[in-house]
Design a protein around this ligand. Structure first.
Ligand code: 6PG
Length: 237
């Protein structure tokens, strides 16, 4: 695991954008799973403003690691946030955007998106493989939409599952550990003081760490890169 700590959220976004640009440059076609949350939002802003003309976007196919089960126009839609902060500002063919349809029946959508990943992504050892999965971590140690109370979803045989947010009861469609840990590279973007305790427990493997889904991120490629700000890293540095 590689742990990078930067002064603030903006610097995390800038450094991660450079990392992303390098991955895209090295390949002819790149499959990337995006995340929701506040850290990706600022990454999208940096990409749209400073990397708009520096990346050959036509090579990039965007997917989502998780989506809230709301219409694509809903305030909580990860797709809507990505359109507003990135997709509406760059040159990318519509056919390169593969969204999770939050407006569909969640169980049917989890199946449809599982099949879509099987069809669109290259397979390695029979499992679809992303070039890059971008993840965040919640204050409770969740990642993608796998929350501590449903940690068993991580080990599902399916590519995607339906998850339930512990407080709101909102349904979400999420990719599982099978897909996350099979990616060529996984980036965990974590910022803010609210994350510092879980960052310490998970990265130091302190007692009880296994209860947090983010601790299960462990790609077989060994390419796990944490991008932290000083607030999130305050208990480990
Ligand atoms: C979502 C997510 C989720 C998110 C974390 C961290 O759709 O909510 O994909 O896993 O990444 O909750 O979010 P913040 O970056 O806002 O802390």
């Amino acid at each position: 695991m590689e742990l990078n700590v930067y002064t603030d959220k903006k610097t995390v976004a800038l450094e991660f954008s450079k990392f992303l640009a390098k991955i895209i440059k090295e390949r002819d076609k790149v499959h990337i799973a995006l995340s929701g949350g506040s850290t990706p939002k600022i990454v999208f802003d940096v990409l749209a403003s400073s990397f708009k003309d520096k990346i050959d976007w036509a090579k990039v196919h965007f997917y989502w690691g998780d989506e809230r089960c709301v219409p694509p126009t809903g305030a909580e839609s990860n797709y809507r946030m990505t359109v507003a902060h990135l997709l509406s500002k760059i040159e990318l063919p519509e056919t390169n955007i593969h969204r999770i349809k939050g407006e569909n029946d969640p169980n049917e959508e989890a199946l449809r998106y599982s099949k879509l990943l099987d069809e669109k992504l290259p397979h390695v050892d029979g499992i679809p493989q992303f070039d890059l999965v971008i993840l965040g971590m919640g204050d409770d140690g969740h990642t993608a939409s796998i929350f501590p109370h449903e940690i068993q979803l991580w080990d599902s045989d399916m590519n995607c599952e339906v998850a339930i947010h512990p407080d709101s009861g909102q349904r979400r469609v999420t990719i599982t550990g099978k897909i996350i840990n099979h990616a060529k590279t996984v980036a965990l973007l974590v910022t803010g003081a609210g994350k510092s305790e879980k960052v310490r427990i998970i990265t130091q493997r302190e007692s009880g760490y296994e209860a947090y889904p983010a601790s299960l991120v462990n790609p077989s490629s060994n390419k796990l890169v944490w991008f932290l700000d000083e607030d999130a890293a305050s208990e480990i540095s």
